[in-house]
Structures are given as structure tokens and as C-alpha cells.
Design a protein around this ligand. Structure first.
Ligand code: PLP
Length: 405
């Protein structure tokens, strides 16, 4: 047998460049293994994962409970389609509804599909329940939103890079400034079906709205018979130190979109959860997905629900998050302009004159810490909730080396 040298980082990157569309610009790190808060690249270098797949890996890489649930299900049945029932579906829906304090679950796969589904449900609810004239429903959304990449969703994006050249766009959305309650009030009309909002805007740079804003939006929705749809795909399932980011303000949404961590970093699992009065509008044939609610997805989703039902991960996120924010806060005025966020989730705004976000991410990778910039000047920090205090400190020390002056 002839020994062939294992491909290098450069060779793998070149393959991606040649054979994949260029819709991403990844850091030049080629990961081959992951465990807990750590990943290893093809050269054998280890990195702390400070991004967690944009909060898809809240429980770290290959959490033993999640891997065991997936493996057990792989040995039984993986897909039935919704043409038939299977023994993971009902239990998954019940357990997820009970965890989130809701009454019904619409199971999908990707986050964007969950948002699309919530938009369709809200429109149908507007026509059939609220009495909005057919074809005229409007949904109020926030500027700088991120809800996914489908044609309808980018129709109401304010990010030109995400939108340009992809029209014609879907009508029926009104964009208002995030955090501005008066703007929501002004945008609501008799035709408004819903307000769709991220309780914390991740992609925008981990932006937390002013205190009282979310409760104010809830009150406006109640006053005008409008649904509140909370996109908790990134903010939910423990990331902010509570099960849902809305919980911090004691606010309930009519519909929640969930995704990312719901699949445990193993398979894509998303859902719309909410009240029977709203999700109950769907009838057979009106909406669906071949893979939505498949047995493997449900088995992993059930294991995720079990992990969250103890509250341990929410507590870790709260406690370690307090440490993360206290430590990052020390750099404000010393290379860092601002630190935003909640729980184990931070947007670190690099001060003018410092490195650009991309440079900072590359420098961190060289120090063995993986995170990713957003909006050019913000580092998005979202370690897995299984990270230890010592690991967290190690990552923050690396950030200090790159940014602190
Ligand atoms: C990631 C994300 C989505 C889209 O999820 P995909 O699985 O990438 O389609 C939607 N909304 C929010 C808030 C997200 O963070």
C-alpha cells in the first residue's frame, strides 16, 4: 500500500472554492472532529467553539444523550413521511408543547421554513378568524431583521446583500425600526395579521431591545387583535439564560418559531409552536413537508426537550453568561465600544481603529478560538452552554489579546 499524505487545509479549502457556490466566506479552518465545546481540524489543531453553529450547538458537539437518541432511532426507522403516523411524532409534539407552554406544534426542518410557515398561518388566521379581506393581510416586521433566506423572507430584509437581484419580492410586509414601539403602533392597520420579531436580533449584532419594548408590542397586539410571532430560532432554547428570550420580560407570543438547537446540531429540526386558536386554522393538504417531523428529527428533538426540561442549561447560560458579560465589559473603552446580549450570547462591538471583524475572527482562530463577525465590526460570541468556566475564560482571554488596548 502506498502512503498518501492526508489532504491539507489549503487543499480542502481549494476544493470548496472550486466545487461549491461562493455564498459563504468561511474562516480557513477545516474541522474534522468535535466534542463538547471543542473542535479539531484536519491538521490536528484544537479550537474552542465560540460560535456553536449560530446557536445550533447549544449542547455542544455530540452531546452523549443526543447522539444516543439519534443512534437508537437510526436502528429503528428514520422516515415515514406524514402519509403515515409514527411513534416519535405525537410524543415529540406533546413534549415540545409542554416545554414551551403551548398547545400545538407544526413540525418543519429549517428555520426559514418555520418562519414561512408562521407567515402562512398568520395570513390564514387573518382571513378566517380576524376577518381581513382576502389577499390584503399585512405583517409588521423590524428593520435589520434576520429570518432566513427564502424569496418571501428576503422580501422584507433590509440587508441589501441578502436582497439585491432576488426580486420580484413578496408584498404584504411593513418594516419599522427595531425597538421603536411608536413605529409599531403607527404601522398597525385593520389589515395587520401579525407582528413578527426577534426578541434579540442575532444577525444584527446581538441587539437587545429597550426594556419594556416586547411587553409594549404584546400590548399593542392585544389591543388591535394582531398576532405576536416571536422568531426564537437563535434566541430560544436556553441561549439567553431562559428557555425563551421572551421569558425575560414575562411576555407570551401567539406563535414561536424554533429551530437551530432543536436539532441538537445533529439534524435540521424546526417548528412553529403556539395556540390551538391560531395553528388550528390549518387543514389537511394546506401545508406540509416531506421530511418535517420525521422519526429521526423527532427522536433528537425529544432528547433536546429532555435536556432543557431540567433547567440546568438555562441556569448555566445565566451564570456563565453573567461571567462572560462581566469580563467582556472590562474591555469597554479599551478596544471594545460596546458589549450587548444576554446569557451566553454577546455582540462585541469593536472600537473604531481596531481590527475589522473578519481580521479579529482570523486572529482568534490563530489563537485557537472560533467565532465569527457579523455586521463587519461585531464579534458574535455564543459558546455552547456545556462550556466550563475555565474554557470560557480561556476564550475571553484570547478575545482580550486580539481586541483589548
Ligand atoms: C438562523 C435563523 C433563521 C433561519 O434558519 P435556517 O435554519 O438557516 O433557515 C431564522 N431566524 C433566525 C432568528 C435565525 O437566527
Amino acid at each position: 500500500m502506498t502512503a498518501t499524505a492526508a489532504p491539507t487545509t489549503e487543499q480542502f479549502v481549494a476544493l470548496d472554492e472550486q466545487w461549491s457556490t461562493h455564498n459563504y466566506h468561511p474562516l480557513p479552518v477545516v474541522i474534522s472532529h468535535g466534542e463538547g465545546a471543542w473542535v479539531t481540524d484536519v491538521e490536528g489543531r484544537r479550537y474552542l467553539d465560540f460560535l456553536s453553529g449560530y446557536s445550533s450547538l447549544n449542547f455542544g458537539h455530540r452531546h452523549p444523550d443526543l447522539v444516543a437518541a439519534a443512534a437508537a432511532q437510526l436502528g429503528r426507522v428514520t422516515l415515514t413521511s406524514r402519509a403515515f403516523h409514527h411513534d416519535q411524532f405525537g410524543p415529540f409534539c406533546r413534549e415540545l408543547a409542554e416545554l414551551t407552554g403551548t398547545e400545538m406544534v407544526l413540525a418543519m426542518n429549517s428555520g426559514a421554513e418555520a418562519v414561512e410557515s408562521a407567515i402562512k398561518v398568520a395570513r390564514k388566521w387573518a382571513y378566517r378568524v380576524k376577518g381581513v379581506p382576502e389577499g390584503t393581510a399585512e405583517i409588521v416586521v423590524a428593520g435589520a431583521n434576520f429570518h432566513g433566506r427564502t424569496t418571501t423572507i428576503v422580501s422584507f430584509s433590509t440587508d441589501e446583500t441578502a436582497r439585491a437581484d432576488f426580486g420580484p419580492f413578496t408584498p404584504g410586509f411593513r418594516v419599522v425600526r427595531y425597538g421603536d414601539l411608536a413605529a409599531v403602533r403607527d404601522a398597525i392597520t385593520d389589515r395587520t395579521a401579525a407582528v413578527l420579531i426577534e426578541p434579540v436580533q442575532g444577525e444584527a449584532g446581538v441587539v437587545v431591545p429597550p426594556a419594556g419594548y416586547l411587553a409594549g408590542v404584546r400590548a399593542l397586539c392585544d389591543e388591535h387583535d394582531v398576532l405576536l410571532i416571536a422568531d426564537e430560532i437563535q434566541s430560544g432554547l436556553g441561549r439567553t439564560g431562559d428557555l425563551l428570550a421572551l421569558d425575560h420580560e414575562g411576555v407570551r407570543a401567539d406563535l414561536y418559531t424554533l429551530g437551530k438547537a432543536l436539532g441538537g446540531g445533529i439534524v435540521p429540526v424546526s417548528a412553529v409552536v403556539g395556540s390551538r386558536a391560531v395553528l388550528g386554522v390549518l387543514r389537511p393538504g394546506e401545508h406540509g413537508s416531506t421530511f418535517g417531523g420525521n422519526p429521526l428529527a423527532c427522536a433528537v428533538g425529544r432528547a433536546v426537550v429532555r435536556l432543557l426540561s431540567t433547567g440546568e442549561y438555562q441556569r448555566r447560560s445565566r451564570e456563565l453568561g453573567a461571567r462572560l458579560h462581566a469580563r467582556l465589559g472590562e474591555f469597554v473603552g479599551r478596544g471594545v465600544a460596546e458589549v450587548r446580549g444576554r446569557g451566553l450570547w454577546a455582540g462585541v462591538e469593536i472600537a473604531p481603529g481596531g481590527p475589522r471583524g473578519r481580521e479579529a475572527s482570523e486572529a482568534l482562530a490563530r489563537l485557537g478560538v472560533l467565532c465569527k463577525e457579523t455586521q463587519d465590526s461585531t464579534l458574535r460570541v455564543a459558546p455552547p452552554l456545556v462550556i466550563t468556566e475555565a474554557e470560557l475564560d480561556r476564550g475571553v482571554d484570547a478575545i482580550a489579546r486580539v481586541l483589548a488596548r
